[in-house]
Design a protein around this ligand. Sequence first.
Ligand SMILES: [Zn+2]
Length: 249
Amino acid sequence: MTSAVADAHVEVKQDLKGNPGPILLLGAPGVGKGTQAKELAAKWGIPQISTGDLLRYNRDHGTPLGLKAKEIMAAGKLVPDDLVNQMVAERLKQPDTAQGYILDGYPRTLGQAAWLDQHIGAEAGVLPVIAVSIQVGYNELLRRITGRRICPVCGTIYNIYLQPPKVDEKCDLDGTPLVRRSDDTEEVFKERMRTYESQTAPVVEHYRALGRFEEVDGSQPVSAVAAGVEGAVERLRNSEQKQQNRVQG
Ligand SMILES: [Zn+2]
């Protein structure tokens, strides 16, 4: 399996910049999906689509979907899958998604994944969805989040374990005492991980079972993770093309 995939990589290396197709970036909170999505979207010239941005956009522009979401959130409830799916559907109608896009933080539930599979599978000539999961160990994620400190003056972000300032708890640039965001605590992290394990981990297994899936080690430096994701996307697209050629030939 591994060697066949590696061969495909060498034989029919295609240029992702032209048409990378729909890509899902999956992973637990804090693995760096947003950072990777931004970097790769810029590199490939396709949009990065996050449900957080979609919610904000619809709310700020007072769209019918946004108004509905606002009402639900005001009542302290979670925006239901159906409403999120409709926002994604609207976004995917935009012409800038024609050559592909990176979905970051979506699908978050199996219900959303089932909807997405159907929605994208229904369109002729569109490349199938491929999924890349960024893997980072629990303790590493905990350190990334609980170690995060921000300079309230210049906004520089530090991590007391991974990227400490030269002087303890003080900004290198202006000497201001660093602050910790109120939700960068172990309690909040644990709660988010519980939600991830119960709702989103099954989404990862869903795409693993479909086979259009790879995992990337997210504990490496950002650029190495980006290279890993890029390699995974190339292999997945190439093995897909190889399969198509086999069917056609
Ligand atoms: Zn500063």
